[in-house]
Design a protein around this ligand. Structure first.
Ligand code: PHE
Length: 341
C-alpha cells in the first residue's frame, strides 16, 4: 500500500509537469492497453485484502486524474489544429510568389516588328521551314548553278536532294505570290538556316522578317518611305538612315539599308567597325523574272521586298554583343527581359 502511494505520487508529478506533450502519445503512454494506468491497476492483486477498498479508491481517483489530464491535452491539440485550419483558410494572406517566365528577346522584337508593319496594312504570312529548291531558289531568279546560290550556305536534306532548310523566308513570299490574289502586302517572320560557323556574329539558324508589297504602281519611293517609318518606330526619331546599292538576284535595283550606330551615336566604335553605320536589312524592287515565275504579270504589277535579321535588330536595340546568348537558354540572360515590351 505504501509503495502504491509512492508510485502514484511520482506519476502525478510526472503528469503535472507534462505540459506541451502531444495528446496522442500521452494517451498511449498512460491510458493505452499497455499503458501505465493499466499496469498500476494490476498491482491491486498484491494489496493486502483489508486495504483493497482503500487502494481501489486511490487507483480509481488516479485513473480519473489521468483521464482529465488527457482531456485537457486533447482539447489543446484540437484547438491548435483548428487554428491551423483557420490560418489555411485566411484568404487575405498574400500568396507565395510564383516565378514567372519572360518572353524571349527575339519574340519581343519580332512582335514589335510585326505590329509596326501591321499598322501599315501588312498581314503576317507563314510557310514551311523545310522547303524545296524551287521555292527557296529557282523561283527567286536563282536557277541551278547560279553563282549567287553560294551567297547562302545551304543545309540540304540527305534523303532528297530537292529538299533543304530554307535559307530565308523569301520562300514564303513565293508561296503567297503563287496564290495570285493581288495586291499582296505581307510580312513573313520565321526561322531560317544557314551552314555558317557559329560565332558572336553568326549562327547556323536565326530569325528573319521579310516583307513584300505588290500592286500597280508600287515604286522605290514607297519602299523607302515604308522603311523610314519602320526605323523611326523601332529605334526612334533621331536615328539616321542611308541606302547603299547592292545586289540580290530577286530584286532590281537592290539596296542595303544602314542606320546610324546606336551604340556610339555615329562616332565610330567596335560594333559599327568605326564607320558610324550598321547594316540592318536588304531590299529592292521585285525582279520581273520573279513575278513571272510566280504567275504575276510584270507589265501590270510592280513590287518591293525587304528582309531583315531579327537577331541583328535585337542586338542593336538591347546592346547585346554576342548572338550566341539567344540560343543558350541562360536564365541570367533571359531574366533581364522580364517586363520588357
Ligand atoms: N532574302 C534576303 C536575305 O535573306 C533578304 C532580302 C529580301 C533582300 C528581300 C532583298 C529583298 O538575305
Amino acid at each position: 500500500m505504501e509503495q502504491l502511494l509512492q508510485q502514484i505520487k511520482a506519476y502525478k508529478q510526472e503528469i503535472a509537469s507534462a505540459n506541451g506533450t502531444d495528446a496522442e502519445s500521452f494517451r498511449i503512454k498512460w491510458l493505452g492497453t499497455k499503458g501505465l494506468v493499466k499496469a498500476i491497476m494490476g498491482e491491486m492483486k498484491n494489496v493486502a485484502p483489508d486495504k483493497k477498498k482503500e487502494a481501489g479508491q486511490l487507483l480509481n481517483e488516479f485513473k480519473l486524474y489521468v483521464e482529465n489530464r488527457y482531456a485537457e491535452l486533447h482539447a489543446v491539440s484540437e484547438n491548435n489544429k483548428q487554428q491551423a485550419t483557420n490560418d489555411q483558410l485566411d484568404l487575405s494572406l498574400p500568396a507565395d510568389p510564383m516565378s514567372l517566365g519572360s518572353r524571349h528577346p527575339i519574340s519581343l522584337v519580332r512582335n514589335r516588328i510585326i505590329s509596326i508593319f501591321q499598322r501599315l496594312g501588312f498581314a503576317v504570312a507563314e510557310g514551311p521551314e523545310i522547303e524545296d529548291d524551287w521555292h527557296n531558289f529557282t523561283a527567286l531568279n536563282l536557277p541551278e548553278n547560279h553563282p549567287a546560290r553560294d551567297m547562302q550556305d545551304t543545309f540540304y536534306i540527305s534523303q532528297n536532294p530537292d529538299w533543304l532548310l530554307r535559307t530565308h523566308t523569301s520562300s514564303v513570299q513565293v508561296r503567297e505570290m503563287q496564290k495570285g490574289q493581288l495586291p499582296i502586302r505581307i510580312i513573313c517572320p520565321g526561322r531560317v538556316y544557314r551552314n555558317e560557323t557559329i560565332s558572336a556574329r553568326a549562327h547556323c539558324f536565326f530569325h528573319q522578317v521579310e516583307g513584300l508589297y505588290i500592286a500597280e504602281n508600287v515604286s522605290f519611293a514607297d519602299l523607302k518611305q515604308t522603311l523610314y517609318f519602320f526605323v523611326q518606330e523601332m529605334f526612334g526619331k533621331d536615328v539616321k538612315v542611308r541606302f547603299r546599292p547592292s545586289y540580290f538576284p530577286f530584286t532590281e535595283p537592290s539596296a542595303e539599308m544602314d542606320i546610324s550606330c546606336l551604340i556610339c551615336g555615329g562616332e565610330g566604335c567596335s560594333v559599327c567597325k568605326k564607320t558610324g553605320w550598321v547594316e540592318i536589312l536588304g531590299c529592292g524592287m521585285v525582279h520581273p523574272n520573279v513575278l513571272e515565275n510566280c504567275g504575276i504579270d510584270p507589265n501590270k504589277y510592280t513590287g518591293f521586298a525587304f528582309g531583315m535579321g531579327i537577331e541583328r535588330i535585337t542586338m542593336l536595340k538591347y546592346q547585346i554583343r554576342d548572338l550566341r546568348l539567344f540560343s543558350e537558354n541562360d536564365i541570367r540572360f533571359l531574366d533581364q527581359f522580364t517586363g520588357a515590351v
